[in-house]
Design a protein around this ligand. Sequence first.
Ligand code: NDP
Length: 257
Amino acid sequence: YDVFGPLRIMKRGLRPPELCDTMSRVCAIFGGSRGIGHAVAQLLAQKGYCLAIIARNLDRAQTTAKNLGAGHLAFRCDVSKEEDIQNVFKEMETSLGQINYLVNAAGINRDGLLLRTKADDMLSQLQTNLLGTMLTCKAAVKGMIQQQGGAIVNVGSIVGLKGNSGQSVYSASKAGLVGFSRSLAKEIARKNIRVNMVAPGFIHTDMTTHLKEEQLKKIIPLGRFGEPQEVAKAVAFLLESPYVTGQVLVIDGGSAQ
Ligand code: NDP
């Protein structure tokens, strides 16, 4: 499924044709250097997408982009800063052409009981997880409208749907993404742009290394944490499903039921 006229970037001469298999599929992955975003990057690279790997740590993003193969590029951006987002979209469009797929996997958590959570930690979670995603979507949608199509997948969390003690602010940031994604999906469907979400449960990444896995897995019906690659498959499915928009796909080993 190509939302983008075939080979239009190549015709515009923005990039040498040998760099990517499918010049019509350019995907920006915020948080693509580690964890879930990294697994999404590996899967989309195999499928022939041209990728922009974006994170705060440029070295790490560059290593990821290099390991994916020729044609994928790394960019530095802190999604909690609007100026960074505006700059990175300019840089990406200059070097990769219009972005027609967007995956928002950048996220942080500052878990703790509400009474012990400082306002700064509340703000940083909301700025990164919620405002950051809103701003990357805003920047990407401008280009997608010009290209007459696009697809976005935002990474939420199961706790944004059902809540969790010790994660009230993080859950609020992820719950906010549900309303945002569903509303934006309706707002831009007529422009041939789709917006969906994944809502993962416990996934093996840097974000979950501090958790007591032996205890937690007892409450997961499938009896284990998920792997980032298992979330990546769901992200790719949503990017490539032309009649699916405004949906939240839960990937949590059955815990949500
Ligand atoms: P990781 O900590 O493994 O990776 C986070 C990624 O986001 C890194 O690439 C990191 O790079 C980037 N990132 C973090 N903050 C920013 C920022 N301000 N600007 C730009 N990039 C940033 O986390 P996961 O892969 O586990 O999480 C990915 C997403 O999935 C998050 O939104 C998370 O909330 C969500 N999620 C994770 C679950 C899990 O169990 N792991 C469960 C449910 C949802 P860098 O540090 O260099 O900026």
